[in-house]
Design a protein around this ligand. Structure first.
Ligand SMILES: Cc1cc2nc3c(=O)[nH]c(=O)nc-3n(C[C@H](O)[C@H](O)[C@H](O)COP(=O)(O)OP(=O)(O)OC[C@H]3O[C@@H](n4cnc5c(N)ncnc54)[C@H](O)[C@@H]3O)c2cc1C
Length: 564
């Protein structure tokens, strides 16, 4: 083919960070002749917005390390025409051109395209701005610089609105800088991708680091350095960080007549093509299709990068489609990691979808090797197909590895019981001969096949009221340190000798985390007792009923002996 006869493709990209720049660089690798122009409204391109909280906290000391590329480096390596401080103000689909406002000179001009890619991201929702207290979101380097400057004053009182990923990251790093932080969270828990019993341990953790956590609370008003909260309290604040959420930056697309979804995100097909075949869209501004086949806003860097790359493949004529998103996410809060993938119980329950859940608390690595930390894991699966619907993990070590294994299993469509068969790397520093993921698979199989039927923490009160007896099979020492009201203590190793003490009727047994309860359940069921195990044991019940405190003794928060 004589390439010289083919005019170079004119690709225009709006937005020069995660999604936009992934498209631009992949496009260049696929097409050496394309004219690729990137317009970015802000002063930087391709910067690490995920690193901003750690720049504020001081963990990332070198601001320049957040600037991954510059227009000049991108021109040098990829011959990209990258224009910062250039805002695209209009798309004319009839003439296939965009209007651009040069924010430095004030000039306005028109740029033609053959193909347009929109990667405009999201913007803060900003429902409740603080009128007379400086209010910042944490989206850009300019935001981070402004917050950094404010934090020069030691002991600065700061209110963080929103206990999601960004809010929690902000809180951790504000505390690292010596700020006095109040976290105001509208809902009854922090980190809404998690179910309440999984997110619950984060609240005492935050409080143990001096954070004033206000759940079910909203900011009502601000006045003269004070924030008025919906719980009736007034707290001093010199700075408000608004981490209450984002909305898709989809106005430009909407004004051009491109379809938006009900979520407000730009609607695209499985090739990230909008309702105009020559216009694509990727990243936070776009609706994703989740594993349930529903349209959702999922604002994650990995998705923006992957979809940006994939769009270049599509434009270059390669077969490529996006996969349903699982929304895999993780956050660190004062040394504890909290991660989730897929759907949570709240959503499944609201949708009326059948599911079963498994709570386990295995060690991050072999208990005999120093430094093992308990992991709180929740696995949710379809009782019919055993397909994994979601997982959540909280712990101090090994959370990232386990959530990624489960995300991979979900991507591959593995049933929950198949987790038992995964051959995962093991040496005592890294895992266990029965890895935490394997254990989740064992328990899933036992639960689904009713080998050991379980009850959930939130069912106990009703069962108890209906006459079910609760048997606590932990040691007398553990029982004395704290127990579920109404439970009778019969330690597992005494159970066979004390069977005649058990009442007639249904039993629920429990231990600290579920393993001894499972053994007791098997023993009692073999002997004809109608018995079920409390899934996740006392520890999950404590979390679910919000009884966790910071200073719980090791007999409660850690298994007294290796439970495997
Ligand atoms: C503080 C913070 C921490 C984060 N941490 C994580 C994390 O740990 N893990 C994770 O997965 N995700 C994280 N994210 C989310 C992640 O950064 C986003 O999902 C990702 O950046 C989205 O990429 P994008 O290209 O869609 O949008 P962005 O990266 O936001 O880029 C969009 C760009 O488009 C520009 N733009 C918009 N409209 C126009 C226009 N009309 N003309 C020209 N330019 C325009 C904007 O100025 C913006 O720079 C974090 C985000 C923030 C803010």
């Amino acid at each position: 083919m004589n390439r010289e006869l083919t005019p170079p493709r004119k690709l225009v990209i709006v937005g020069g960070v995660a999604g936009g720049m992934s498209t631009a660089t992949r496009m260049r690798r696929l097409d050496e002749t394309a004219q690729i122009t990137v317009f970015e409204r802000g002063p930087e391109v391709s910067y690490a917005n995920c690193g901003l909280p750690y720049f504020i906290g001081g963990e990332i000391a070198d601001r320049a390390s957040l600037l991954l590329q510059t227009p000049s480096s991108l021109h040098g390596r990829f011959r990209l025409d990258v224009r910062v401080r250039h805002e695209v103000t209009r798309i004319d689909r009839d003439t296939k051109s965009v209007e651009v406002h040069d924010l430095t000179t004030g000039d306005r001009f028109t740029q033609a395209y053959d193909t347009l890619v929109l990667a405009p991201g999201a913007r803060p929702r900003r429902e409740e701005p603080g009128a007379d207290i400086p209010t910042r979101s944490l989206r850009t380097l300019a935001d981070a610089d402004a917050i950094d400057t404010e934090l020069a004053r030691p002991g600065l009182p700061v209110v963080v609105m929103g206990g999601g990923y960004t809010g929690l990251e902000a809180v951790e790093n504000l505390v690292a800088r010596g700020a006095r932080v109040t976290l105001v969270q509208r809902g009854p828990q922090v980190l809404s991708p998690l179910d309440p019993e999984m997110a619950a341990p984060l609240v005492p953790l935050l409080r143990s680091h001096g954070v004033d956590v206000r759940l079910d609370t909203q900011l009502v008003n601000t006045q003269k350095g004070s924030v008025y909260l919906s719980d009736g309290t007034v707290i001093p604040a010199s700075l408000i960080i608004d981490a209450s959420g984002v909305v898709p930056e989809s106005d430009l697309a909407a004004a051009a007549g491109l379809a938006l979804g009900e979520t407000g995100g730009i609607r695209v097909d499985e090739h990230c093509r909008t309702t105009d075949p020559d216009v694509f869209a990727v990243g936070d501004g776009v609706e994703k299709i989740d594993q349930a086949g529903e349209r959702a806003l999922v604002t994650m860097a990995g998705l923006a990068n992957r979809h940006g790359r994939m769009v270049a493949d599509v434009i270059a004529g390669r077969p490529a489609t996006v996969r349903p998103t699982l929304g895999t996410g993780i956050v660190r809060v004062f040394g504890t990691a909290a991660a989730s993938v897929g759907m949570n119980e709240k959503r499944l329950r609201a949708a009326g979808r059948p599911f079963y859940t498994v709570h386990v608390h295995p060690g991050s690595h072999a208990g005999y090797y120093p430094g093992a930390e308990p992991l709180a894991m929740k696995l949710i699966a379809d009782p019919e197909t055993d397909r994994i619907l979601g997982a959540q993990i909280v712990g101090r070590d090994g959370v990232d590895k386990r959530i990624d294994v489960i995300a991979t299993a979900m991507h591959a469509g593995l049933p929950a019981a198949e987790l038992a068969h995964l051959e995962l790397a093991y040496a005592p520093q890294f895992g266990s001969a029965k890895d935490a993921v394997n254990i989740a698979g064992y328990v899933a199989e036992n639960t689904r096949t009713a080998t050991t039927p379980t009850v959930q923490w939130h069912e106990l009160d009703t069962l108890h009221a209906a006459g079910t007896t609760l048997i606590d099979v932990r040691s007398a020492e553990e029982f004395a340190a704290g127990a579920i009201p109404g439970a009778v203590n019969v330690p597992l190793d005494e159970l066979r000798d004390r069977l005649d003490e058990l009442p007639e009727g249904p039993l629920v047994v429990h231990c600290a985390v579920g393993l001894r309860g499972h053994i007791a359940t098997r023993l009692l069921r073999e002997r004809g007792h109608d018995t079920r195990n409390l899934d996740g044991g006392y520890r999950t019940w404590l979390a679910g009923t919000m009884r966790l405190t910071t200073h719980m003794p090791d007999t409660v928060m850690r298994s007294p002996a290796p439970e495997v």
